[in-house]
Design a binder for this molecule. Structure first.
Ligand code: NAP
Length: 265
């Protein structure tokens, strides 16, 4: 079955890669894109878009009324992404959302709508399959090595810290780790923040530098040994196998799934 796809945010770093991926996948058909600046244009006539002869819509509703679509890929901003998801649900379209920054309340509200409509949806703050495996391996290791520190590194345009992936990694570790406050009980920070953020007694450190993309290390320490798990996304193509998997999986779902880790065994 051919999956018909609309992409919102096609000029963005992630959106451009998603357009290329969907265009070359045999089981996918890109039918239109949604961009708030180029209503009525053809993609090939817009600088920064792939040279495809497909329509550009500003308004998501107009787009769904005029072109056929099974899946909406949203790679925009959280405010817009949420509106796009609500419109997609109204039109029976399944959203696959990589946009980050949704609140817990947003997720609850969107999950309730997906459940009521029995429509699949996936919100994945990290589409890099290697990063998802890193989270899972970390959870496995934490059962046996409960002293752990997470170091995440991102480009300096990232607004939130720590990253959603680092927090999710800490949550998964906390599910199996013996609760404990790490470090010396009387340790003193001579500079505020030197020991990083405290998540259930373990520490998370956020590095922001130009040139980086998305990287995470999880360090475990034990008597006379240490274990280091590391994942690097060197560019945005690293996220596309995850986007592809989500587009295929969402067609089989009747609820909203939050996090790619929920669909990778
Ligand atoms: P970006 O380069 O800033 O791209 C965002 C795009 O969305 C821009 O082209 C922007 O256009 C466009 N946009 C804004 N409002 C819009 C609207 N109403 N309709 C259509 N398009 C609109 O950002 P990015 O790096 O591609 O990231 C996009 C999102 O994905 C962010 O939330 C980011 O945190 C997230 N992300 C997720 C993953 C993952 O694995 N899930 C990985 C990397 C990034 P203008 O520039 O004209 O405003």
């Amino acid at each position: 079955m051919m999956i018909k796809i609309v992409i919102a945010g096609p000029r963005g770093n992630m959106g451009r890669e998603a357009v290329k991926m969907v265009d070359k996948e045999l089981g996918f058909q890109l039918t239109a894109v949604v961009d708030h600046k180029y209503n009525g244009f053809r993609m090939k006539d817009v600088e920064g878009m792939e040279p495809l002869d497909l329509p550009v819509y500003e308004d998501m509703e107009a787009c769904f009324q005029q072109v056929s679509c099974d899946v909406l890929i949203d790679l925009t901003t959280p405010e817009v992404g949420k509106k796009h998801m609500l419109t997609a649900f109204e039109y029976g379209v399944r959203p696959v959302v990589g946009t980050t920054g949704f609140t817990d309340v947003d997720i609850e509200e969107l999950s309730a709508i997906a459940e009521e409509k029995k429509l699949g949806a996936i919100i994945a703050p990290n589409f890099a399959i290697g990063a998802i495996l890193l989270m899972k391996f970390s959870r496995m290791a934490a059962k046996y090595m409960s002293d752990v520190e997470i170091i995440e590194q991102h480009h300096d345009r990232k607004l939130d810290a720590p990253s959603g992936t680092a927090v999710k990694t800490a949550q998964l570790i906390a599910e199996v780790r013996d609760p404990k406050k790490q470090g010396h009980p009387e340790e003193v920070e001579k500079l505020a923040g030197a020991r990083g953020a405290d998540y259930d007694g373990m520490r998370i450190h956020s590095v922001r530098l130009p040139g980086l993309v998305a990287h995470q290390e999880v360090l475990f320490g034990g008597e006379g040994q240490s274990l280091k798990l590391r994942h690097d996304s060197f560019n945005r193509t690293s996220f596309m196998p995850g986007v592809k998997l989500a587009c295929e999986t969402v067609m089989e779902l009747g609820v909203l799934v939050y996090g790619l880790e929920e669909i990778i065994e």
